[in-house]
Design a protein around this ligand. Structure first.
Ligand SMILES: Nc1nc2c(ncn2[C@@H]2O[C@H](COP(=O)(O)OP(=O)(O)OP(=O)(O)O)[C@@H](O)[C@H]2O)c(=O)[nH]1
Ligand SMILES: [Mg+2]
Length: 306
């Protein structure tokens, strides 16, 4: 284990905390709020998160390593199996769990699936009823979610908030999580925000914009990667990325008439990259086909899903 502790005098506290829940409940939004920056992609489409991205928050002698996880769901393809595997390995490895639920609606089968995984888990569980800003009956909904953990014998606490519009409540919860950390050396350097390379991070931003703009099955059939990133002398960041689709027929659907849709995806992604990098960005995007990549173990590895 690498020891990044600052002083060596005061004991440091550090640990891994997984953010879990069914798709689309706001896990990645909550992670970004915890960190005050954008580490993970978010979108109105379920199954946006595919990899267990780590986001790091350091405060004095305490460090939380958050593990954002894909929404737990019934997997239909090799990509889906990989995503659920990411959730299960996170549950096995972490010190505590944040379970996010959507208070706009009562629990579904998918929430039950999640609850079954954590009911017996001998680690602290922090239930988060999210989207209070848009929920009509938050207390009633929370009661139904709480009931899914009935009989649980280990530490469980709960809070209701809006991951999107409620920074004070998010900060209070983060403080509770800091208080729950075991004694450990730091796992990451103090200034680190994430375990991703800048290329992986940018590829996720591009995928987020592609998922927001594409329709029907297409959002789930695209992957993205960044193959080159150079900095010009005047500070301009030159980033070359690829949008990968799984059949030839999809290529034109992503590019759109006269290249309009690809241009829009590129512009939206470039804007986000510029905001978070505080630099001018040139973003070149190409659409390529890797046949049936979602079912192809080797292609999945090549695209970073391993
Ligand atoms: N109204 C409201 N919407 C929210 C809130 N938090 C997240 N959302 C929205 O919910 C949608 C899903 O958010 P994500 O953070 O991507 O959800 P997720 O749980 O990470 O989803 P997956 O990665 O697909 O499992 C997005 O459109 C968010 O803007 C909230 O507090 N209030
Ligand atoms: Mg997510």
């Amino acid at each position: 284990m690498t020891d990044f502790s600052s002083t060596g005098e005061q004991q440091t506290h550090s640990g891994f905390i997984a953010i879990i829940g069914k798709p689309n409940v706001g896990k990645s939004t909550l992670l970004n709020s915890f960190l005050g920056t954008k580490v993970a992609p978010t979108s109105p489409r379920p199954q946006t998160t595919r990899r267990g991205v780590r986001g790091i928050h350091t405060s004095g002698e305490r460090q939380i390593v958050f593990v954002d996880t894909p929404g737990m769901h019934k997997a239909k393809d090799a990509l889906g199996k990989y995503m659920n595997h990411e959730v299960h390995s996170a549950l096995a490895d972490v010190d505590a769990v944040v379970w996010v639920v959507d208070l706009r609606h009562p629990p579904t089968d998918e929430d039950q699936l999640v609850a079954r995984q954590i009911r017996e888990l001998p680690k602290p569980v922090f239930m988060v009823g999210n989207k209070t800003d848009a929920a009509k009956y938050p207390d009633e909904a929370m009661k139904l979610y709480r009931a899914l953990l009935e009989g649980r014998e280990h530490d469980t606490s709960e809070t209701m908030l809006s991951a999107q519009n409620n920074p004070a409540a998010v900060a209070t919860l983060r403080e509770q999580l800091l208080d729950a950390l075991p004694e450990n050396p730091f796992f990451f350097p103090q200034g680190a925000a994430s375990d991703q390379t800048r290329e992986q991070w940018a590829a996720e931003i591009i995928r987020e914009e592609a998922m927001k703009k594409l329709r029907d099955e297409l959002p789930y059939a695209v992957a993205t990667r960044v193959n080159s990133w150079t900095e010009r002398q005047d500070g301009l960041q030159r980033i070359e990325g690829e949008i990968v689709v799984e059949k030839n027929a999809h290529k034109g659907m992503v590019i759109g008439a006269g290249g309009k849709q690809l241009r829009e995806i590129g512009q939206a992604a470039r804007k986000q990259l510029e905001v978070f990098l505080s630099r001018k960005v040139y973003l070149g995007l190409e659409v390529i086909v890797i046949n049936n990549w979602r079912e192809d173990e080797e292609a999945l590895r090549e695209l970073g899903y391993e």
